[in-house]
Design a protein around this ligand. Structure first.
Ligand SMILES: Cc1cc2nc3c(=O)[nH]c(=O)nc-3n(C[C@H](O)[C@H](O)[C@H](O)COP(=O)(O)OP(=O)(O)OC[C@H]3O[C@@H](n4cnc5c(N)ncnc54)[C@H](O)[C@@H]3O)c2cc1C
Length: 414
């Protein structure tokens, strides 16, 4: 098959990888040069433990409180926009225990499958992307958060995932890198982490070796359809690209792209920031979420990356000084003796998580266009779920039996 893929993030490239293995002729189109993007500067956590979607009971009340705190980890840029209002309404409808319970098995399955596929990548001598199995620590400082995290840990047990409840002393025994000041934590030993920038670079190199073609630095500005099929793409340099089969993996930009083809999905950009410290003298040794602050802390190779904040920003490129402070100020509260060098604003990275209202990705064929497969909407777990999604895309395109049930990921569900 001759297949075009829009988007060279982790989802597009993993799809290219599994399709190229089957001998298909692949072209990846991306508006960037693929040296940086949301799939590069993220926190690199591969997290079967993250089986609970963003939309949960209680999250709206918390979100509203956070909206009034300029250093909080969540913000929606207020604007009167139909898609945003529809997204908020569907998000609200997804915040029920029934919807959460419905989503959990699929998220867990896709995350676990992907983690195993990353471990498979790591056995390939062409790949060395600092994949490590050190687990994930969820640290908390207050009683309310402790109750919430313990409830998730109980759910994890029910789902067959190992989760250990740790006292402050036990946390410190596990975290040997720095002093920790917390009320306790939950440890998920089955989670992995990796250096996303390295994985993405190596994937591009290996895909080139497999004969995958890249059209980079060119945006897809229009998608022409006829007779229920995508017919051609129009690129920003005026080039027209005829299409036999199309995978759309445009991350947060996917809704805008699909609109051009007459397909509607609800998707918002969840902007976040990260800072990477090169070989700091001391650092936490276990990937960790500082739960009250919603900050991710990941030792990557010899570096340390911290990241956080979710702003529904409408692709704003402005770096919010106060939200950045919110991330940085949380560090000494959990790690009182950790001193990190000051970074200037230029070294702050930002990326856009493709967020669906119900916290489930869109993976599958569109009902409207027979030669189109959509793969997007992985929000804060796109790195984690990349390989499993890529494998699903390859199976869908080749009409093979699927590695998992994907009914909940339907593209036309809203
Ligand atoms: C601060 C932060 C921390 C995170 N931490 C984690 C983590 O620890 N674990 C985890 O699993 N996930 C994490 N994520 C989420 C993860 O990074 C994303 O879910 C994932 O990268 C999305 O991948 P993608 O391929 O769908 O999108 P992207 O990586 O955004 O790729 C989409 C591509 O499409 C291209 N594109 C868009 N429009 C066009 C167009 N018109 N023409 C041509 N090309 C186009 C873009 O240039 C881009 O390269 C984090 C995100 C952030 C922001």
């Amino acid at each position: 098959m001759k297949i075009h893929i829009i988007g060279g993030g982790v989802i597009g490239l993993c799809s290219a990888w599994y399709l190229a293995q089957e001998g298909h002729e692949i072209t990846v189109i991306d508006k960037t040069d693929l040296s940086d993007g949301t799939s590069h500067g993220n926190a690199g956590m591969v997290v079967p433990s993250h089986f609970v979607p963003l939309a949960t009971p209680g999250v709206i009340a918390k979100g509203i409180r956070w909206m009034f705190d300029k250093r909080s980890p969540f913000f929606v840029k207020p604007r009167l926009n139909r898609e945003l209002l529809q997204w908020i309404w569907q998000f609200y409808k997804a915040c029920t225990p029934e919807m959460v319970d419905r989503a959990i098995p699929s998220l867990k399955h896709l995350n676990e499958w992907s983690r195993d596929l990353y471990r498979e990548f790591a056995t390939n001598p062409a790949f060395d992307f600092d994949l490590e199995n050190k687990g994930l620590l969820m640290l908390y400082k207050d009683k309310k958060t402790a109750r919430e995290e313990i409830e998730v840990a109980e759910k994890a047990h029910e789902m067959g995932l190992e989760a250990q409840l740790l006292s402050p002393t036990e946390v410190q025994q596990l975290e040997t890198g720095v002093k920790v000041d917390v009320l306790g934590g939950v440890y998920y030993p089955e989670d992995d982490h990796l250096y996303p920038n390295t994985f993405m670079q190596q994937l591009v190199k290996e895909l080139n070796g497999l004969g995958v073609k890249f059209k980079t630095g060119k945006s897809v500005v229009d998608i022409n359809t006829s007779n229920g099929k995508v017919e051609k793409l129009l690129l920003s340099n005026g080039q027209t690209v005829p299409v036999e089969h199309l995978v759309l993996a445009g991350g947060s930009w996917s809704a805008q792209l699909l609109k051009k083809a007459g397909v509607k999905i609800l998707l918002q950009d969840g902007k976040g920031y990260s800072m990477t410290y090169t070989s700091p003298t001391n650092r936490p040794s276990i990937p960790t979420i500082l739960t009250e602050a919603k900050v991710a802390v990941t030792p990557m190779g010899s570096d340390l990356r911290i990241g956080g904040t979710l702003e529904i920003s409408n692709f704003s490129e402005k770096i919010h000084k106060y939200r950045l402070e919110g991330i940085l100020n949380s560090m000494p509260r959990y790690y009182p003796e950790l001193t990190l060098p000051a970074l200037d604003q230029k070294s702050v990275w930002q990326g856009y998580r493709p967020c669906t209202p119900d916290g489930l990705p869109y993976i599958g064929k569109s009902r409207k266009l027979k030669n189109l497969v959509v793969a997007t909407g992985h929000a804060m777990m796109g790195m984690s779920m990349g390989p499993g999604t890529g494998k699903l895309v390859a199976q869908i395109m080749q009409d093979q039996p699927l590695g998992m049930e994907i009914d909940l990921f339907k593209v036309d569900r809203f």
